[in-house]
Design a protein around this ligand. Structure first.
Ligand SMILES: [Fe+2]
Length: 256
């Protein structure tokens, strides 16, 4: 693990560290262990992106805000400095969540410019590009989670071109580079990396030991793309997506 105490300035745009709200951290102890491990890998800021996925994780914005707020005393009680944290969500891009998005009932990234979305398995939804344009009209830039894991991308990553034309950003789950999701997803990630298609890279960590994979994956990213490009994907790219600053929780657990 790359222990340099958080001086690397990485920003994690996608992490399931909030306890007991989805398939991520189960307990507050898990949450702290994840944040501590991510700090040790080099992340100074870590978004909370719990799932908003009707039928699987039936979380609306208020439920996610409550779960995030419940973490504040836990973070405040931690004995060591933790990354700065913010609340957003991983929005499953179905009709229900799209409706919430248009009504402003979602959780964009702090700064209010961008929103994390994921797609299901199988073919991309009909009129996906149009819907991404609608997201843009609503004032948000879609950030597509782990494009390397989608079957249409495995067949031909040109399927992403209409989404990029609609202004979407592609977010690499860095662990794809060490085979966490299989060889096909790894090859897709390597190809998209080679093509400079990614705007940023994230952990998508769900449990403390996932961060061991993240550390190995960052080392592989640096070998494959070079240290400067790795830094762009882990620090400058995420900061660009965030744009401004928003309400966040400091390492001491208070809002600032
Ligand atoms: Fe995720």
């Amino acid at each position: 693990m790359l222990l340099d105490g958080g001086v690397r300035g990485f920003v994690d745009l996608h992490c399931h560290w909030v306890a007991a709200i989805d398939d991520g951290a189960r307990t507050a102890e898990d949450s702290i262990a994840m944040l501590r491990a991510l700090r040790d890998v080099g992340f100074d800021e870590v978004m909370a992106t719990p799932h908003m996925r009707p039928g699987m994780f039936d979380n609306d914005r208020e439920a996610l805000e409550r779960a995030f707020a419940a973490m504040a005393p836990v973070l405040r009680a931690a004995s060591d400095p933790l990354p700065v944290v913010h609340l957003a969500s991983e929005h499953f891009f179905d009709d229900v969540v799209f409706g919430r998005l248009i009504r402003g009932e979602v959780l964009p990234y702090p700064g209010g410019r961008s929103i994390l979305v994921e797609l299901g398995q199988g073919p991309f939804p009909a009129r996906l590009q149009h819907r991404f344009f609608d997201v843009r009209k609503a004032g948000l830039t879609p950030v597509l989670a782990h494009p390397e894991r989608y079957e249409p991308v495995w067949r031909d990553d040109a399927c992403l071109d209409p989404l990029l034309d609609a202004g979407a950003h592609l977010l690499l789950d860095v662990c794809a580079l060490v085979g966490k999701y299989g060889r096909v997803a790894q090859r897709a990630a390597e190809k998209l990396l080679e093509d400079d298609a990614y705007e940023a890279a994230c952990s998508d960590a769900h449990k403390p030991r996932d961060v061991d994979d993240v550390a190995r994956a960052i080392e592989r990213l640096e070998r494959l793309a070079g240290p400067e490009e790795a830094r762009r994907l882990l620090a400058d790219g995420p900061r660009g997506i965030l744009g401004g600053t928003g309400a966040c929780m400091s390492p001491a657990g208070g809002l600032r």
